[in-house]
Design a protein around this ligand. Structure first.
Ligand SMILES: *Cc1c(COP(=O)(O)O)cnc(C)c1O
Length: 401
């Protein structure tokens, strides 16, 4: 979150007293009705309010009501998993204007399955042997500045990563062991831009894969990279698309998706078998994508700005507190949040201490604090949690005066 655009002089919708009910349409599942059986309580698990961004360790996202409905309503009958993946994949491909698509157990799984597909094609012998193919290791080209934790999903297949810098080096990196070229969309620096990356790989007849796991919003990103010419693209299901956390999308070229599916469950032996996706999650992922595409994204954005405005107004009633709405330029996590600063001579607590106090409070709230500023994320709050977060932060600051 380095470059941030500061939103000043934005026209915000007037805040009415009905922040909660107005926002309800576009937000994660509505405030918990007292459930008949409280499993959080039964197991002593702390429920957490996420005033940050989607994080896997914090259970990703809250599934949309449409997703929960899909999961519940499909749980009472069996289905043939080959047919289900066929039908769900076809529908997703149609929605995203690509040849083919499948539901994976997440973006990391999609990277692994895409790499496996590029290595094996539909060769059953190779599929059976992966990751222990005889001979030299298959090679996947990546930009040096794109290396990241998730590329272990590439090497898990037995492939080796070849690092390149700039178009000339990329051009020279291809040989008869090369199987794929991987582009990390949210990398901070690229020495080869998207279109050049695709063009160079195409000249060598090698498939390109783009990881855009956390890169909606904007919704347009779900269409952008296949148009540029990437052969495979992945998005996480359990981030801002708000599907099941253990689901994701892999889409693009038909022959590659066919090969990826051969490397996946429900087949018994392949490398992707331990990355099974259950029936309900497949339906759930489809429902999540459909709901995401049909959402009023402009309204949702305005709701988010109302939230930062609301919390900001509450906090600025305290002496020396200043707030500003900032939008992360992305490509990952590209949405508004609120930065809060104060005079630590007047309010004697650091942002990091506020974060600790929020985390240890009841309810437990996760926010971020670095240097002289506290950052409050608003996009993952349930409508009823906006006021709770504003109130808790305000109390903690007040107590430090
Ligand atoms: C979150 C993330 C992943 C992993 O996605 P999962 O759906 O959790 O498997 C991979 N790549 C990037 C860039 C991510 O942000």
């Amino acid at each position: 979150m380095k470059r941030r655009d500061i939103l000043k002089g934005l026209t915000l919708l007037p805040l009415t007293g009905s922040l909660v009910s107005k926002a309800a349409v576009t937000l994660p599942s509505s405030p918990a009705k007292k459930p008949a059986r409280d499993l959080f309580k039964e197991l002593g698990v702390t429920p957490v309010i996420n005033a940050s961004v989607t994080m896997t360790f914090l259970s990703g996202s809250l599934m949309l009501p449409e997703v929960l409905e899909a999961i519940n309503s499909t749980s009472h009958d069996f289905a043939n998993m080959y047919e289900l993946q066929d039908k769900v994949g076809a529908k997703i491909a149609e929605m995203l204007h690509v040849e083919s698509a499948m539901v994976t157990s997440g973006a990391a799984s999609a990277i692994l399955l895409g790499t496996a597909a590029a290595i094996t094609g539909t060769d059953h012998e190779k599929i059976k042997l992966l990751p222990n193919l005889p001979g030299p290791r298959p090679e996947v080209i990546m930009q040096k500045t794109h290396r990241y934790l998730f590329d272990q999903a590439v090497t898990t297949t037995g492939a080796k990563i070849i690092e390149v810098e700039g178009p000339d080096e990329m051009e020279k990196a291809f040989n008869d062991k090369t199987v794929m070229a991987l582009f990390f969309n949210a990398a901070e620096k690229s020495s080869i831009q998207h279109a050049d990356f695709v063009a160079i790989a195409k000249r060598h007849n090698i498939p390109t894969f783009l990881d855009a796991a956390a890169d909606v919003p904007p919704v347009e990103n779900l269409f952008k990279f296949q148009k540029i010419g990437f052969d495979l693209v992945t998005f996480s299901g359990g981030k801002m698309i708000r599907g099941p956390q253990s689901a994701g999308l892999l889409f693009g070229r038909k022959d590659l998706i066919t090969a990826a599916r051969l490397n996946h469950s429900p087949n018994e032996a392949p490398i992707g078998r331990p990355m099974k996706v259950n029936k309900e999650e497949m339906f759930g992922m489809y429902a999540a994508l459909k709901a995401y595409l049909e959402r009023d994204h402009k309204k949702e954005w305005e709701d988010w700005l109302q939230r930062t405005k609301y919390i900001g107004t509450q906090l600025e009633s305290l002496h020396s507190v200043k707030t500003e709405t900032v939008v992360d330029p992305g490509p990952a996590n590209a949405y508004p949040s609120l930065n809060v600063t104060w005079d630590t001579g007047k309010i004697k607590i650091t942002p990091e201490q506020v974060v600790t106090a929020l985390k240890n409070g009841t309810p437990s709230i996760v926010a971020n604090g670095r240097g002289d500023r506290l950052t409050i994320g608003v996009v993952l709050l349930r409508p009823d949690q906006v006021d709770i977060v504003a109130g808790k932060v305000k109390t903690i600051l007040q107590q430090a005066v």
